[in-house]
Design a protein around this ligand. Structure first.
Ligand code: AMP
Length: 279
């Protein structure tokens, strides 16, 4: 990618004021047209009927971007949503989130974390010790924006994921998003599952554990999903965090490893020496 000329594209589709989908790209000028077309197709994917689609295109030329490596990817073999959520909780705890904060996030995402009860457009910010929510708007949440793979790293990552049977575009996109979020100031960990009723996979992420996938973090047909970003509450600087998440351009220029599926106990043993004890 030409580092001096690039554009950020953001798509947001809604129906009757309700968020239905969103996506992000960063591309060179010659790809703006095709990327915008792909984002608009996405807004109509799977029979969605948006009545407003907003594509915002910003010239990022002259803005320094941060170059990041993708998190390593592992899949845990939990067979169903209850065991996957219990295993996700263990991993989050190992990454430094208290049981109280994990429980709080799991129950909010299960019930619909928006103030009005449905899905949020963005993520919750959750204090990793107390479970307190810190995002300024509990209906919208905060959105990570301005991130993408470089063409080379993106191609390489798709091949690495495909070698483990992970061919769904969502994994590739969520990995870029999780890798940007993992570089946020104050970040501890993240928990996510989709609001797409047909997409049951989800993940937890942290710098210690990498991106840890679960194939069944919710039941098929469940329309509720969302994201919780756990942060270190002591000295947390919300303005800095928001500025990084929403404004700072990030290109994922290096791939991480893609590791074979494993079970939770082996995984925790592997990261074990660093795992904190107590709650
Ligand atoms: P998705 O994986 O796209 O189905 O998104 C699942 C949930 O994550 C959504 O319901 C939003 O709450 C949240 N979300 C989606 N995109 C972003 C983003 N760019 N930044 C923060 N949160 C997001």
């Amino acid at each position: 990618m030409d580092k001096t000329r690039y554009y950020s594209l953001r798509m947001h589709a809604s129906a009757d004021g309700r968020h239905i989908s969103g996506a992000e790209r960063i591309v060179n000028p010659e790809h703006v047209d095709s990327a915008a077309g792909e984002l608009i197709s996405r807004a109509f994917a799977k029979g969605l009927q948006p009545n407003q689609i907003v594509v915002t295109i910003d010239d990022l030329s002259g803005l320094a971007h941060r170059s990041l490596a993708a998190l390593d990817v592992t899949t845990i073999s939990s067979p169903d949503p209850p065991s996957a959520r219990a295993d996700a909780a263990r991993i989050l705890h190992a990454a430094g989130v208290t049981r109280e904060a994990v429980e709080m996030a799991l129950s909010l995402l299960s019930a619909g974390a928006a103030a009005s009860g449905g899905n949020m457009r963005g993520a919750m910010i959750v204090d990793s010790r107390t479970g307190e929510r810190l995002e300024p708007d509990q209906e919208r949440g905060i959105r990570a924006s301005r991130f993408d793979w470089t063409y080379e790293a993106g191609d390489r990552m798709r091949s690495l994921l495909a070698a483990h049977g992970l061919v769904h575009k969502r994994t590739y996109e969520a990995l870029a998003l999780a890798s940007k979020i993992a570089a946020a100031p104050g970040y501890v960990a993240e928990l996510c599952w989709s609001d797409d009723p047909d997409y049951t996979a989800g993940y937890v992420a942290s710098r210690l554990t990498g991106y840890v996938r679960f194939s069944f973090l919710k039941r098929p047909g469940d329309p509720l999903g969302g994201r919780a970003v756990f942060i270190e509450g002591k000295n947390f600087d919300l303005a800095r965090f928001l500025s990084f998440m929403e404004k700072e351009p990030v290109l994922i220029e290096r791939t991480g490893q893609c590791l074979p599926e494993t079970d939770i106990d082996l995984f925790l043993q592997r990261i074990g020496p660093h795992v904190r004890s107590g709650s």
